[in-house]
Design a protein around this ligand. Structure first.
Ligand code: SF4
Ligand code: SF4
Ligand code: SF4
Length: 291
């Protein structure tokens, strides 16, 4: 039988192996570094380092990581009745990314709080409403509190309607956000078809299967793309670009064809009918690689 010690110290927060900077040496993801309010994460050349002593466990980094790589950090537990967040509130305001998940996962449309007491929350809700407007979705309201903060220690004194408070967290990570907002896309791909050699590196690295290389076509499905940028990082000819752009879901299909190089007689792939020489021969002086 396993014995658990009550004195066991929790594992410190950190960055796991799935971090894109660890997976791909050239990756320059700084999403967690940028949102951390206390600079607890620093990005070195290869891996980000999380200083556990500085970390507030606020969970902001969790919502922006495209690889779910942050470890031993839990999103804040919040409290709600029907479609309203209620007290007690965290002193540190939530990020807009987290509030978006509350909007979509639990149907929250309001916060019940004293405006003067939580200016950070008021700013967060205002920023959220700007994002919701862009999504054509109803904005949140800030309502005056109907009652004092729910004190779970005196639940037996509270009226039935007050007891209806639920406490939970929301899903973290960009993949979860994509699933929650699956009707819209956040990222779009541009492909430089003149540069692309159809090597398939981008499709192989895409963990979300947003990019796939099948018979006759390279396909991009914007609904699955989390904007991790790995495809652009691994492309050897810089033919891929990912831009943050809200819009309807799109499936882009780039049809390629197999041809024989007029110069070296080797087979190659291209999107263009007009190209007659493979990409290697195109980079050499004419006839240098002739078969
Ligand atoms: S939980 Fe908050 S304080 Fe800790 S590393 Fe993440 S963003 Fe920074
Ligand atoms: S956001 Fe995630 S993938 Fe990006 S650097 Fe931080 S831990 Fe790594
Ligand atoms: S298409 Fe590129 S940016 Fe989008 S999820 Fe795949 S690898 Fe990441």
């Amino acid at each position: 039988m396993t014995r658990f010690s009550l004195m066991q110290t929790p594992a410190p927060p950190g960055v796991g192996e799935s971090c894109l900077r660890r997976q791909l040496p050239r990756h320059d993801c700084e999403a967690c570094v940028t949102v951390c309010p206390v600079q607890a994460i620093t990005a070195t050349a290869t891996t980000p380092t999380l200083n556990a002593l500085d970390c507030l466990q606020c969970g902001r980094c969790l919502f922006v990581c495209p690889a779910d790589a942050l470890q031993n950090i839990r999103p804040e537990t919040r409290h709600f009745t029907a479609s309203t967040l209620v007290a007690p509130f965290s002193t540190l305001a939530p990020s807009v990314d987290e509030l978006l998940m509350w909007h979509q996962q639990h149907g929250i449309r309001a916060v019940e709080m004293e405006l003067e007491a939580f200016p950070g929350w008021v700013r967060a809700v205002a920023a959220l409403n700007i994002r919701l407007r862009a999504l054509n979705t109803p904005a949140w309201q800030i309502l005056p509190p109907r009652q004092k903060a729910i004190n779970t220690a005196r639940r037996h004194f509270i009226k039935a309607s007050e007891v209806d408070v639920q406490s939970t967290t929301v899903s973290i990570g960009r993949r979860a956000r994509r699933q929650a907002f699956s009707a819209l896309s956040e990222y779009q791909l541009s492909l430089d078809q003149a540069q692309c050699t159809v090597c398939g590196a981008c499709a192989r690295v895409c963990g979300e299967r947003a990019l796939s290389l099948g018979e006759g076509a390279l396909t991009f499905s914007s609904s699955s793309c989390t904007g991790c940028n790995s495809c652009a990082v691994v492309c050897p000819v810089n033919a891929v670009r990912i831009d943050r752009q809200l819009g309807d879901n799109r499936v882009l299909r780039f049809s390629w064809r197999q041809k024989t190089c007029r110069c070296c007689q080797r087979e190659f792939y291209t999107f263009s009918d007009k190209v007659e020489r493979c990409f290697i021969c195109l980079r050499h002086t004419y006839d240098m690689r002739e078969a």
